[in-house]
Design a protein around this ligand. Structure first.
Ligand SMILES: Cc1ncc(COP(=O)(O)O)c(C=O)c1O
Length: 391
């Protein structure tokens, strides 16, 4: 640390220079992220309310009321206006909270949680932190959690099931209706991880896409993760955890007596919490409304199918399945995904490598011109594959 302060402009110049290796969304190079450039209005709200700490709810009682309203709006989207919950730091915190809640709710029964093999790594973190045993079950021929395997995996120590609505690897929606029935029959907690799909599936359904149900209309569903900082266009950090009842949302409540706003209680993992994040979620839900978010999702889906249709033209690279949401897996029958990923990275693409494919997520920052540039590089790589330039 320097002894004396440095002029602002000098620091800004240094930052501009030293951040040169970071890849911005408007470079058109980020095709693998589930985050995106935050909406301008949400940025405005975020910077206006930076000082608010909703971790001291007595100081921010109005912000806390608006958080409840934001949860209510998200609850409406998920068919449960009366849902309780919080705007948290992201999908990881939301999933860990759900697992903590399940453990509390069934603490005398056991510690086993059944998840699909495709579940996000936040469940591994939750397992490690909370002493849960994760039982990972395989997939059916549509890449969804296999219901037969779920039934076989249940035993006396099982406390919860997790289904994913918009999986990390391919945007798959698990058979949540069947999971809900199994959860009810066996008295198990059912959590749905819709961190990505929560802001996508309801709008696509409205647009006429035939997609699996995943929300609170299914009576076994006890909690849902839905992330504003993914397809919700809100600034990071903004995840959402919604519970069916207030009782569940308070299962992990810890009293905090010393707060400046007066004694209160926390039911999130972090203490100090960004009120700015909460208010930007609230403001953007109001500003865009259903029709705004629908337009956003429609554009992403149109571009997803544009990419999918043209990938076939490359010959040696293909989509691994028809996209369900705005996530598309690509692979080559000739070279491994690691080689394909290296070739794409060499050409400057920020994509995601999974065990059997490369994941492309068509987020709101992705334009047709970016996809055209990407396709040009894919064709070049396909030509190299034909010339047997690899291995
Ligand atoms: C399905 C799913 N759940 C949870 C998460 C974790 O979200 P975050 O990175 O906001 O913690 C992700 C991240 O991509 C995800 O795809």
């Amino acid at each position: 640390m320097n002894e004396n302060g440095i002029p602002k402009q000098q620091i800004i110049n240094e930052l501009e220079d030293r951040l040169r290796d970071d890849i911005p969304f408007d470079s058109g190079r980020i095709l693998g992220s589930m985050c995106t450039a935050p909406h301008l209005f949400a940025r405005e709200i975020f910077s206006r309310y930076l000082e608010k700490n909703i971790g001291d709810p007595g100081l921010c009682s109005s912000t806390r009321l608006l958080e409840n309203e934001a949860i209510g709006m998200l609850g409406e989207l998920l068919y449960h206006r009366g849902a309780s919950g919080y705007i948290v730091t992201g999908g990881t915190e939301a999933n860990i909270l759900a697992m903590w809640t399940a453990l509390k709710a069934y603490k005398n029964r056991g510690n086993e949680v059944i998840v699909p093999v495709t579940a996000h790594f936040s469940f591994d973190k939750a397992g490690d932190m909370l002493g849960l045993k994760l039982v990972k079950v395989g997939l059916n021929d549509r890449n969804q959690m296999d219901i037969g395997e779920v039934k076989k995996a249940i035993n006396g120590k099982t406390i919860a099931l997790v289904g994913v609505a918009g999986s990390t690897d391919l945007g798959i929606i698990d058979p949540i209706t069947a999971l809900s029935e199994i959860a009810q029959e066996n008295d198990l907690y059912l959590h749905v991880d819709a961190a990505f799909g929560g802001y996508v599936i309801p709008f696509l359904k409205d647009l006429g896409y035939a997609l699996e149900d995943f929300d609170f209309r299914l009576p076994g569903v006890q909690s849902i993760t839905i992330d504003p900082h993914k397809m919700g266009l809100s600034p990071i950090p903004a995840g959402g955890i919604l519970y069916r009842s207030r009782k569940l949302s308070e299962a992990v409540l810890v009293k905090v007596p010393y707060l400046s706003g007066g004694e209160n209680a926390h039911a999130t993992i972090v203490g100090t919490r960004s009120g700015a994040a909460v208010l930007s979620v609230w403001a953007l839900l109001k500003y865009l409304g259903i029709s705004g978010y629908k337009k956003n999702v429609e554009k992403c889906m149109d571009l997803t199918f544009y990419l999918k249709d043209r990938i076939a033209e490359t010959g040696d690279i293909e989509a691994v399945m028809n996209p369900v949401l705005n996530v598309i897996g690509i692979a080559s029958p000739t070279i491994g995904p690691d080689i394909l990923s290296n070739e794409l990275r060499k050409r400057g693409w920020a994509i995601s490598l999974f065990s059997g494919h490369i994941r492309i997520v068509i987020m709101p920052h992705v334009r047709k011109s970016h996809i055209d540039r990407f396709l040009k590089d894919l064709k070049e790589i396909a030509a190299l594959i034909k010339e047997r330039k690899f291995g």
